[in-house]
Write a protein that binds this ligand. Structure first.
Ligand SMILES: Cc1cc2nc3c(=O)[nH]c(=O)nc-3n(C[C@H](O)[C@H](O)[C@H](O)COP(=O)(O)OP(=O)(O)OC[C@H]3O[C@@H](n4cnc5c(N)ncnc54)[C@H](O)[C@@H]3O)c2cc1C
Length: 428
């Protein structure tokens, strides 16, 4: 069996599904292959940052999100584990209307995207279908070999997109040199009852300790708790009460919320990895999302960056289609447009890994000092927030800013928002 399409997308995750929809909106023929048997159902905490909100709005999906799955959050408070508040970040200073974070119920955004894709492009999304290998003519990729129900078939395509996640098989088949780093810490995620009724996000950092709590809709709360990679079974073996006691030590104020963990079914494990693919483009193929650039979740941008990749690539593909050219050089504008922000976010996330995940007292002292400076310094606080919100591509801090953040230099503009904030219509 052989089929033909213009763009073949491998993976209907955060990036692939958005790409399928963005292409369909432009009238570009595409086929999305997904190995899972249907839409995802597992637990995942999802924070929709301002840039992600913007992408959904641009696709006409924002208004379709059911209101009962969204919890807008304005303040993120950072605390020392078991102790004092270090810093508060206020999303309302960002340019409206995307001047808040949205905590979403698990998979809610993704289901809306998949539904829109299937409505717009009936038959254009195939579940239970696995990418097996690439078809080539010389060096050029001209399609894929896939498998469904144990039967192999081929699809020829002008462009193959690897949107198949951090451990991408498409990337491997393209033989793209890649640095894949698995971090030594992952996250236990839990969905709990928001028994204390928190309205703001809380982030507690201590010695090799990170505990995050986010209010969610329906009286729920998400919890993120850093644990050594691969230690979930050990955590489970120690029992729920031991875990609750540890959480109470870190955040004594949320005793009742922690009590609402009664079953391991309320939890999931989130591994963390970073991908640095040497190139994202080849003749007839391109990588997007985690396949190209997975990042540590400290950036809170993994899914957002996959979505931004998708809409950016859809524009580039439209030009390729007009010119009949899907070579690596015709696709290069995609990588040029996207690399700077992704690289900046990967670096920022890794700096946060170094200082936030640390057990080293000196690094922890510096981290807390920077948090306290940020709490007083409106300009630097805005810069970090704008980067996390996906609204800038340049690093949040230059060298002088770093010295100021560490409290080694005074900042004469500490009380002002930076010029880019006022130019973008942010609240002054
Ligand atoms: C538990 C959890 C919580 C997260 N929370 C957040 C968050 O709050 N905010 C955030 O921004 N990011 C978050 N992330 C990260 C975010 O989910 C990813 O960065 C994002 O989904 C990347 O999108 P992607 O399309 O590149 O990859 P994925 O979403 O991983 O999608 C890849 C898809 O490809 C499919 N696939 C893989 N191999 C094949 C194959 N051979 N054939 C066919 N299909 C294949 C997979 O089944 C999958 O559906 C979280 C991740 C996890 C695991």
């Amino acid at each position: 069996m052989s089929e033909q399409t213009d763009v073949l997308v491998v993976g209907a995750g955060g990036g692939g599904a958005v790409l399928g929809l963005a292409l369909a909106k432009r009238g570009i023929k595409s086929l999305v292959l997904e190995q899972a048997p249907g839409p995802p159902t597992g637990l995942r905490g999802e924070i929709l940052q301002p840039n992600g909100q913007q992408v959904l709005d641009g696709l006409g999906l924002f208004s379709q999100l059911p209101t009962d799955v969204i919890k807008p959050v304005r303040y993120f408070h950072f605390y020392r584990a078991g102790g004092e508040r270090l810093c508060t970040v206020d999303y309302s200073v960002l340019p409206p209307p995307y001047n808040r974070a949205l905590v979403m119920l698990s998979n809610a955004v993704h289901h809306v995207i998949l539904h829109a894709l299937e409505a717009r492009c009936p038959g254009g999304l195939r579940y239970g279908t696995r990418f097996k290998g690439l078809l080539r003519e010389g060096k050029r990729v001209v399609g894929v070999v896939a498998e469904r129900d144990g039967t192999s078939f081929t699809v020829s395509a002008k462009l193959v997109v690897g949107a198949d996640g951090a451990f991408s098989k498409v990337r491997a088949a393209l033989e793209i040199p890649t640095k894949l780093h698995c971090y030594s810490q992952g996250y236990l995620i839990a969905i709990l009852e928001n028994a204390e009724g928190i309205e703001d996000a809380r982030y507690l950092v201590g010695r090799r300790t990170i505990l995050g709590l986010f209010p969610a809709s329906g009286g729920k709360a998400y919890l993120f708790y850093m644990i050594p990679a691969g230690s979930m079974e050990q955590v489970k073996a120690s029992g729920i009460e031991a875990l609750q006691a540890e959480w109470r030590r870190i955040d004594p104020a949320l005793h009742k919320t922690f009590q609402s963990l009664v079953d391991w079914g309320q939890t999931a494990y989130m591994p963390t990895a970073r991908v640095r693919a040497g190139t994202w483009v080849a003749d007839g193929a391109v990588l997007i999302g985690d396949a190209a650039h997975a990042m540590n979740p400290h950036a809170s941008q993994g899914r957002m960056q996959a979505m931004v990749d998708a809409v950016t690539l859809a524009d580039v593909v439209a030009t390729c289609l007009e010119r009949g050219d899907y070579s690596a050089s015709a696709l290069a504008p995609f990588e040029r447009l996207r690399r700077p922000q992704v690289t900046m976010l990967q670096q920022m996330a890794d700096e946060q890994v170094l200082f936030w995940n640390t057990g080293n007292p000196l690094l922890a002292y510096l981290r807390n000092r920077v948090f306290k400076t940020l709490d007083r310094n409106r300009r630097l606080r805005y810069r970090v927030l704008a980067a996390t919100a996906g609204l800038r591509s340049k690093p949040a801090f230059g060298l002088l800013d770093r010295l100021m953040a560490a409290g080694l230099l005074p900042d004469p503009q500490a009380t002002q928002l930076p010029p880019e904030a006022t130019a973008s219509g942010a609240e002054v």
